[in-house]
Write a protein that binds this ligand. Sequence first.
Ligand code: FE2
Ligand code: FE2
Length: 151
Amino acid sequence: MAAKQQIIDALIEAYNKELETILNYLSCSIDIDGVRAEAIKNALAGDIQGEIEHARQIGARVRQLGGTVLGSMALEMEQSYLQPPADTTDVVTVIRGVLAAEEEAIRTYNEIIKLCEGNDYVTQDLAIRILGDEEGHRQQFDGYLKEYTKK
Ligand SMILES: [Fe+2]
Ligand SMILES: [Fe+2]
């Protein structure tokens, strides 16, 4: 059974990931251009609000458990796969990057759900709800990828 500190650490890691995702969705939504970019820019701009809400809810739960969240100097950045593309019309690379970020989020929340089993049902409930959002994002961008890579 997971100790409380283990759950706090996992939540802080998820908080870090949400913040990096927000940064890269913002940068990509600003940097890409062209007719094909418009729908993706709008989708990313909308998703940023949802990801901020995830970070806020996770942060609040960390505090309830007695932990504290990170400032920018303590964050770790690793989304090399989701940087604004050198070719600003390369929308497909951005879509693939978003899908990788959503897969990573889904993996993270599934882990937290398992960690909480039999131990912390409030955190587990939060992780399940966020997992549902991330699976929705994956479905949305899977659809974009299908359309944008159609011959
Ligand atoms: Fe999220
Ligand atoms: Fe997401």
